[in-house]
Design a protein around this ligand. Sequence first.
Ligand SMILES: Nc1ncnc2c1ncn2[C@@H]1O[C@H](COP(=O)(O)OP(=O)(O)OP(=O)(O)O)[C@@H](O)[C@H]1O
Ligand SMILES: [Mg+2]
Length: 504
Amino acid sequence: MEELLRLENLTKTFPEVVALKGVNFSVMKGEVHALVGENGAGKSTLVKIVSGVERMDHGGALYYKGNRTEICDPHSAQKLGISVIYQELTYVPELTVAENIFLGREPVLAPGIIDWKTLRAKTRELLSRLDIRLEPDIQLKHLSTAQRQMVEIAKALSLQAEIIFMDEPTASLTEHEIRTLFKIIRELKSSGVTIVYISHHLEEILEISDRVTVLRDGEWIATRQAGELDIGGLISMMVGRDMNHLFPPRTPGPPGEEILRVENLNRGESLRNISFSLKQGEILGFAGLVGAGRTEVARAIFGADPPDSGEIRLKGKPVSPRSPQEALKCGIALVPEDRKEEGLVLSMSVEHNITLGNLNGVCRGNFFINHAREKQVVDGYIKDLQIKTPLVTMEVRRLSGGNQQKVVVAKWLFIPSYLIIFDEPTRGIDVKAKYELYELMYRLVQEGIGVIIISSELPELIGICDRILVMHEGEITGELVKGEFSQEKIMEYATGGAYEKETA
Ligand SMILES: Nc1ncnc2c1ncn2[C@@H]1O[C@H](COP(=O)(O)OP(=O)(O)OP(=O)(O)O)[C@@H](O)[C@H]1O
Ligand SMILES: [Mg+2]
C-alpha cells in the first residue's frame, strides 16, 4: 500500500500546554485509520494541524503523497483533497441543507446568480447516496443534532476529498445512522478514499478500522492492526494501565421514599400519558431511539417545555415548573444533551463556568466571592471528573471537547438539587472519565439525590441502572428491572416490536 500522509516529529505548543509531543503518524491510501486516546490526548489538535486551522511548531514536517508540504490555512488543505468533519459542528443554522453543503461553492447561472435547481438536485443526489431522508430546503436550525451531523458528512463528500478526517462523527448518531455511515465509509474506502476516524466508542473502532493509532498525553504510543487488538488491550494503551471493569462496583440498598412521581404527562404529539416514579437510592434509565421522546420528558419535568397536562410530584409535593429557573428553585436540574448550546459560556474560565449556576454556594455574606471556597469546589470537580485543564482560569473554549463536557456536568452538579436528570452525559467522554462519572452518580444516589439518566448506549444503561424505562414514539412502552435487562428486550420495546421481526 502507498503512503498518503505522513507527519514527522509533530509538536504543538500552546501557551499553557504542549498538546502534541514529537508525534509520528502515517496514513496509507485507502485505509480506515482510527485515532484514539483519552480526552485531551491531542487528537483534535492533530486534525486541526492537518486541516490548516492550527500551525505545527518548527521541527515537524508533513508529507502528502511523498512530497513535503506546508498547510497554512484550511483552503490549502481543501485544495490538496483533505476534508474534515469537526467535533464542533460548523453549520449555519439559518441556511438550508443545500446552502450549508455548498456554502461558497454554489452552482451559478451567471456571476452572483445561484442556480437553485442544480443546487437542489446535487444536494438530493448526495443525500440519497448517504441514505438520508432530508429536504434540501429545510433550514439547519429545524434539524436534530444527528441530522445536522449528516449534512456535515454530505458536505465532506461533496468536496471530493481524498482523505476525510472524522472527529467523533457518531457521537450523536442513532444506531441506524451509524450503520449507514459505516456503509458509506466502506464504499468510500473501496473507491480509494482514505478515512481517519476518531471516536471514544471502542467497539466501533475495532469494527470499522484497518489500523489504530493511540495517543496519550500528546505522545504517540502505538500503531497496530485493528485485527490484532481487543477492547481491553486498546483501553490499557489509552490509559496506561489495565482497566478490568468499565462500571464501578455497586451494592444498591433497598429503595427509599419516593423522590419523583409523574402522572399522565402529555405534551402535543411528542409525549403521551407518561407516568413513572423514582425512589431514593435507585438510578433510573431512559432508553429509546433518538426522537422517541426521552429528552422531551426531561424538558417537561425541567420546565423547559412544560407539559399540556399531567402531574409532577417532587418528594410528595406537586410542582409545575413553567421555566428552567422555576425548576431549579424546586430542586430539579437537567444536564442537557446539547451542551454547547445550553450549557457553557465558552469565553469564560473553567472555574467561573462551574460556579456560575450557584454563586451563593461560593459567597461569603451576600456580596463577596469566597475565593478559598471557590477554589475548593472547583478543584474537587476537576479531580472527581478528571477535567484536564492546565489552569482553572483557562477559557473553556481552549479545553478539548470531552473536557468541555465535563465542565458542564460539574456546573450542574454544583447546583443543589433533589433530582438530577442527565441527558446523554457520557457523550464524547473517554472510558476512564466515564467510570469516574458513574461513581459520582452512585455517590449522589447514596446521598439521597434522585438520578435519571437518558442514554443511547445500552451497555451503559444496563451497567449502571436499577430500572430502565423504554420509550417509543412519545410513550413508555416497557419497563425492566435489574436482573432482566437485555439489549434485545430494550430494542424490542424501543422499536415498538419491529426489532424482533427484523432479526427473526
Ligand atoms: N487553543 C488552545 N489553547 C490552549 N490549549 C489548547 C487549545 N486547543 C487545545 N488545547 C489543549 O491541547 C490538549 C489537547 O486537546 P485536543 O482537543 O487535541 O484533545 P482531544 O484528544 O481531541 O480530546 P477529546 O477526546 O476530549 O476531544 C488539551 O490539553 C487542550 O486543552
Ligand atoms: Mg477532540
